[in-house]
Design a protein around this ligand. Structure first.
Ligand code: HAX
Length: 441
């Protein structure tokens, strides 16, 4: 058994026993109440899920197993001569719950290298759809084609016992994460680089090799990829991509099917696609104004025009956060250090000074501050990765780390099929008139 699998198994056994005791003693304790407005408005604020890998605080932002992003940048192992965390280390932390040392992170790199082979039929499946298809469509097609490799599906069909679910899900999770950079890079090179593909470099770490296969050899771009893959990995359990993966997985759909569901959710413009929408919005603004770095007054006018057309300002707002996203700040810090004079980056910073008071003045937006997607595009454009329709695929590769670690926990803890109760408005009206009751089934 791999070191990481052994450690996960020991932690999972201990937590499963602890949860059993907690539920025995406190299972009927109420966590909160659900209001009518919550069930009509996206279940905001309803605590209804368990996700072990990270926790989001509205004011402070995300913490992975208790560690903030700046703490992770300090404490997680790095690539040789690097200063950004290795995503391998973050995955270990999310899965096992402990900070890894350098050897442990390097071992994850090695395990993923060993598991990274992508069968030819996956590339054939990508080639079977038009090259003009959105990269997220190609990505999901590839993940679905890769499902032929699912150990979980094979073992389930052969009659796997419940106690072995986590083991097969774990193997699928590791295989899938290991293979995603090759698939994503293939889609990028197919769509934007005339199908001139680049072989993996087995000497590089997971994100470094991904940068290499995309065609970027600049060391500071590799560092950006390590940071990017770390900060986009997880945002607790309720966001659309995490929740969709968890929900579909709860039907014992294998990790490939579950992850594809999550990626279909990430492809929505209110979620992961906001990263392409945000830079597209900046490009369109610059083009319309005919300037490289618009003034605050020009940005102000453009924001008002966007809102006047009944559109959202992409990259701003959040369902849970109520402050500037620390993932935005981490990218701004990276830019300050590596590329402080870039005009697109400077536009992003000027937009940041301009947009929040305007959104705030509307009085209806709960969070006027930028989220992760407001900054990522500008960094990528600087290094030459300008094809913004590809950006959500990058997000998806990273998001696999969090949702797959969580799925391993779901199976190890034996979490059941998810099935909340829904109501009709007709029942709600009868209930309000005192003619009926709303209770669980
Ligand atoms: N621009 C304009 N209007 C906005 C807005 C924005 N950036 N953010 C919220 N609003 C509007 C909402 O559309 C809503 O309007 P209506 O009442 O007319 O329907 C109102 O303000 C209240 O919304 P809210 O309660 O503040 O926000 P929600 O929790 O409903 O939605 C969203 C959160 C992130 C979807 C929202 O802020 C948004 O659409 N932002 C722009 C898209 C975006 O950046 N998405 C990425 C979010 C982070 C993420 O998942 N990354 O992957």
């Amino acid at each position: 058994m791999d070191m990481i699998k052994e450690r996960f198994s020991a932690k999972a056994d201990a937590l499963a026993a602890e949860i059993k005791d907690i539920l025995k003693e406190h299972g009927n304790k109420k966590i909160g109440e659900v209001t009518l407005v919550q069930i009509y408005q996206g279940m905001r604020g309803i605590t209804g899920l368990v996700s072990e890998t990270s926790l989001l605080d509205a004011q402070e932002g995300i913490r992975f197993r208790g560690y903030s992003i700046p703490e992770l940048q300090q404490k997680l192992p790095k690539a040789p001569k690097g200063s950004q965390p290795l995503p391998e280390g973050l995955f270990y932390l999310m899965l096992v719950g402990d900070l890894p040392n350098q050897d442990e992170a390097d071992e994850v790199t090695e395990i993923w290298q060993r598991r990274s082979h992508v069968p030819n039929h996956v590339f054939d499946a990508i080639e079977a759809i038009p090259v003009s298809s959105h990269p997220m469509t190609q990505f999901v097609v590839a993940i679905m084609a890769l499902q032929t490799e699912s150990q979980f599906a094979k073992k389930y069909a052969a009659g796997m016992a419940k106690k072995d679910y986590w083991d097969a899900a774990f193997d699928d999770a590791m295989d899938l994460i290991a293979r995603l950079p090759r698939i994503a890079a293939y889609i990028y090179r197919r769509k934007y680089k005339n199908g001139e593909h680049i072989h993996p470099n087995g000497l590089l770490d997971w994100a470094g090799n991904f940068a290499h296969m995309l065609g970027f050899e600049d060391e500071s771009f590799r560092e950006l990829m390590r940071l990017y893959m770390t900060i986009h990995a997880d945002h607790e359990g309720g966001n659309v991509s995490a929740h969709a993966t968890h929900l579909v997985g709860s039907a014992l759909s294998d990790p490939y099917l579950s992850f594809a569901a999550g990626m279909n959710g990430l492809a929505g413009p209110l979620h992961g696609l906001a990263n392409q929408e945000s830079i597209k919005w900046i490009f369109e603004m610059r083009e319309e104004l005919g300037v490289e770095l618009p003034s605050k007054e020009q940005i102000e006018e453009y924001v008002k025009k966007t809102l006047g057309e009944g559109k959202v300002v992409p990259g701003y707002g959040h369902a849970v956060l109520r402050k500037t996203d620390p993932r935005f700040t981490a990218q701004a810090e990276f830019a300050k250090q590596h590329i402080p004079d870039d005009p697109i980056v400077n536009t992003v910073w000027r937009v940041y000074e301009t947009v929040p008071p305007i959104l705030q003045s509307l009085g209806k937006i709960k969070n006027p501050w930028p989220n992760v997607d407001a900054h990522s595009g500008a960094l990528l454009v600087h290094y030459g990765l300008v094809e913004y329709e590809f950006y959500t695929v990058l997000f998806g590769v990273s998001r696999a780390l969090g949702v797959m670690a969580s799925l391993c926990w779901d199976r190890a803890l034996g979490l059941p099929i998810e099935r909340p109760k829904s109501v009709t408005t007709e029942l709600v009206k009868r209930w309000l008139r005192g003619e009926d009751e709303i209770w669980g089934e």
